[in-house]
Design a protein around this ligand. Structure first.
Ligand SMILES: CC[C@@H]1C=C[C@H]2CCN(C(=O)[C@@H]3CC[C@H]4C=C[C@]5(CCCN5C(=O)[C@H](Cc5ccccc5Cl)NC(C)=O)C(=O)N43)[C@@H]2C(=O)N1CC(=O)O
Length: 112
């Protein structure tokens, strides 16, 4: 059973550097990425995957959407969430990109 992409938005993927207390672009990428929510229907799992727009081979982010995860829309174009290791941020290209992405994440959280 393969995975189905439920949304594709444009965003720059950021990670929060706790030492520097600052947001930094995710490893290995400058500028915008395509961020997608993938649904594995077989075991009903979801993950957020980002690929650089300049080089789709470069996976910039790949993290699970876990049950009861708090996905925070800090502003209409900057959304963030955390796991035990780090804090992730998505700086979206537009409010529409952000809204569509949030809908897909909310849908995933509703079915987990
Ligand atoms: C790309 C630049 C960036 C753009 C947009 C703005 C929007 C606000 N913002 C922030 O970083 C806000 C301001 C205060 C700071 C303080 C702490 C931070 C940083 C680490 C996480 N965090 C939390 O508040 C988390 C959120 C959360 C709640 C609920 C669930 C999950 C999470 Cl992650 N709260 C817990 C309790 O975890 C934080 O987001 N912070 C961004 C920002 O200024 N800039 C500009 C720049 O940095 O120049």
């Amino acid at each position: 059973m393969s995975e189905v992409s439920t949304v594709k938005s444009r965003a720059s993927v950021m990670m929060y550097n706790n030492e520097k207390k600052a947001w930094e672009p995710a490893e290995g990428v400058r500028g915008m990425s395509h961020v997608q929510v993938y649904h594995h229907e077989g075991n009903n799992t979801f993950r957020i995957v980002g690929r650089s727009m300049t080089d789709h081979q470069v996976v910039v982010i790949n993290c699970s959407i876990i049950r009861n995860m708090k996905y925070n829309a800090a502003t209409p174009t900057f959304h963030q969430w955390r796991d035990q290791r780090q804090v992730y941020g998505l700086n979206f290209h537009s409010k529409d990109d952000a809204a569509q992405f949030k809908d897909a994440v909310d849908e995933a959280l509703d079915t987990l």
